[in-house]
Each structure stands twice: as structure tokens, then as C-alpha cells.
Design a protein around this ligand. Structure first.
Ligand SMILES: Nc1nc2c(ncn2[C@@H]2O[C@H](COP(=O)(O)OP(=O)(O)O)[C@@H](O)[C@H]2O)c(=O)[nH]1
Ligand SMILES: [Mg+2]
Length: 319
């Protein structure tokens, strides 16, 4: 079964890909077995994060990018992070309607991931989904964030290329972009350029990007960060954004940074998996007792950790 699914993934079969992603999201051990099989075929897809505040038009921009990439015969996968929907393989209604026009196109594969309340679990599932889509042969994998909290920062660590989507008319919108994101963004898009306040917002972003240049915070060397205009709802601006995405890949490759970023991502994933396993092992029945003790304030947190670790060590070397 695992063998069939792995082969299917490598052949780009949609049903196999969906199954593998489901297993991984469910923490089913068969998911890990598939990853072992397909890993050597990964490392090719360019992972593109699309982030920005809710309502900025990330889904609409993503949809426009998919259309433009398809026009260029690029195969594209989309991972939409959506905390509200269980991972059923469907997207929230709005996204589903919008993305529906790609539904019959075999060069497009769209999944949505729900957090299902797992703190810190989302980035791990997202990474896994990206690996599967990469192995399926998609040239580009777009990860659309919700645009709140940690998920924005997580996507930066995951993506080769991060696109920040802003909109006019949010007042101090530029300041609202989190500091880490401002430094990490490689392509800035002001969407809803049909709205009032576009010019003022563009000037704010220009100033910010200028300050960023002079303080040399940029992540990619020799990459003049583009500031692009879009009216995604009217399909305007997609070609320029795709040009920038492809140019950024060229810049990354030239600097040897593409492979380096992919490697850092695997390192992060490894640490995340390790943390997960260690915590789970420490929190066996005995672990829960220790937690209960600390919750009752009978022991302090430091002593509790010592006890939990001792518990793991015992398991490691039974004598
Ligand atoms: N006026 C205008 N509305 C847009 C544009 N792009 C998206 N929208 C609308 O903005 C709303 C939020 O878009 P959505 O893509 O769901 O935003 P997300 O939450 O960032 O994914 C939707 O009603 C879109 O139709 C645009 O360029 N101009
Ligand atoms: Mg959205």
C-alpha cells in the first residue's frame, strides 16, 4: 500500500498525493514511510509563500498566479492554510469557488490544511505537503497563509520566495507588517490598486524598502526587491508577479541559495519532529503524573523537567 502510494506520488497521481498528505497530516506512520521513499525526488520545486493580512486578497492573488503559471505551462501546486476547516481536501467555500476554474486542470493541485487546534503542528504538515507536491513534479508550490500570528513567520522559513501582499487604505498598514516579515519579503505586492490611497501606500512601501536596502536586511544577495501593483480581482498584475517569482529563483540559484534554503528547511523539520517525539515520550503515563504534580505546585518546573527527562532515559537504557 505504502509502495503504491509512493509510486503514485512519484508519477504525479493526484489521488496518491492526496492520500499521502492525509496520512502525514494524521500522523499516520505510513506517511513517514512514503516520505522515505520519495525524498530523493524532492528539492526541485520552488516554494512560494504568499502572506499578508486577512482580506488583503491572498487567495485572489494566488488564483491569478495559478492562471498565469498555467499559461506558461508551469505545473503548480497550492497549499492553503486554513485553521477553520478540517483537512478534508476541500478549501473553505470562498477559496473553493475561486479556485474552481482550475479544478479540471491536471497541472494544478490544490489542498487546504486545517490546524485542528494543534499548536505548532501546522508548519510541520505544511512542510510535509510541500514535499509531496514537490515529489509529484509540480514546478512551483504556492503556500497561502491565513496571515495571522506565527503562521506568517513559519511560511518565511518554509518558502524559497516570500510574497507580501498589502493593500491601500489601512492607514499605518506598512507598520502593521511584522518586522520579521518586512525583512524577509522578497516580492512586495500592493493589491487592490483600484482602491483609493494606492499612491500613498506605494510611497510608504517605497520608503520602507529603501530603508531596508540601506540597512542591508535583505535575505537574498543581489536581489532588488520589486514592489508590484495588482488588481487581483480583475486579473491585473499576475504576469509581473510571476516574472518576479521566476527571476528570484534565478537569483537564488546563482547564489547557491536555493539548495541552501531547502536544506535549512529540512533541518528545521528534523528539529520539529524530534521535539515532537521527545515530548510525546516524556508525556507517557508517568509524564502526566509529573505534570499533575507541577500543576498542583508541589514541585517546580525545573525539577519536573528533570523527572520527565529521567523517564525518557530510563526507557532508552532499560537495565
Ligand atoms: N477591489 C478589489 N477587491 C479585491 C481585489 N483582490 C481581491 N479582492 C477582494 O477582497 C476580498 C478578500 O480577498 P481574499 O483573496 O479572500 O483575501 P485573503 O483573505 O487575503 O485570502 C474578496 O472579496 C476579493 O474579491 C482587488 O484587487 N481589488
Ligand atoms: Mg485566503
Amino acid at each position: 500500500m505504502v509502495e503504491d502510494i509512493a509510486t503514485g506520488v512519484l508519477n504525479g497521481a493526484v489521488a496518491a498525493g492526496a492520500r499521502a498528505i492525509r496520512w502525514l497530516d494524521d500522523r499516520d506512520p505510513r506517511g513517514a514511510a512514503v516520505v522515505r521513499r520519495i525524498f530523493s525526488a524532492t528539492g526541485r520545486a520552488q516554494i512560494v509563500g504568499v502572506t499578508g493580512p486577512p482580506g488583503a486578497g491572498k487567495s485572489t492573488v494566488t488564483d491569478m498566479l495559478v492562471a498565469e503559471m498555467r499559461r506558461r505551462r508551469l505545473r503548480v501546486g497550492v497549499v492553503a492554510i486554513d485553521p477553520s476547516s478540517p483537512f478534508t481536501g476541500g478549501a473553505i467555500l470562498g477559496d473553493r469557488v475561486r479556485m474552481a476554474r482550475h479544478a479540471l486542470d491536471s497541472g494544478v493541485f490544490i489542498r487546504s490544511l486545517g490546524t485542528r487546534g494543534q499548536a505548532g503542528g501546522l508548519s510541520r504538515s505544511t512542510h510535509d505537503a510541500c514535499l509531496i507536491l514537490d515529489a509529484m513534479g509540480y514546478d512551483i508550490v504556492i503556500v497561502e497563509t491565513v496571515g495571522v500570528g506565527q503562521d506568517e513567520i513559519d511560511v518565511v522559513n518554509l518558502a524559497h520566495t516570500t510574497i507580501i501582499v498589502g493593500v491601500p487604505g489601512l492607514g499605518d498598514e506598512v507598520q502593521a507588517v511584522k518586522a520579521g516579515l518586512m525583512e524577509a519579503g522578497e516580492i512586495f505586492v500592493i493589491n487592490k490598486a483600484d482602491r483609493d490611497g494606492y499612491e500613498a501606500t506605494r510611497r510608504q512601501y517605497e520608503l520602507m524598502l529603501h530603508l531596508r536596502e540601506t540597512s542591508r536586511m535583505a535575505r537574498t544577495d543581489n536581489w532588488p526587491v520589486p514592489l508590484l501593483r495588482a488588481v487581483a480581482s480583475a486579473g491585473e498584475g499576475g504576469a509581473d508577479i510571476v516574472d518576479a517569482i521566476l527571476a528570484h529563483r534565478v537569483a537564488l540559484d546563482a547564489a547557491g541559495a536555493f539548495a541552501r534554503r531547502s536544506g535549512l528547511r529540512e533541518r528545521e523539520q528534523t528539529l520539529a519532529l524530534l521535539r515532537d517525539r521527545l515530548v510525546r515520550r516524556a508525556l507517557t503515563t508517568a509524564g502526566e503524573t509529573v505534570l499533575a504534580e507541577v500543576e498542583a505546585r508541589r514541585i517546580d518546573p525545573y525539577s519536573a523537567v528533570e523527572k520527565l527527562l529521567a523517564h525518557i532515559d530510563e526507557e532508552d537504557c532499560p537495565s
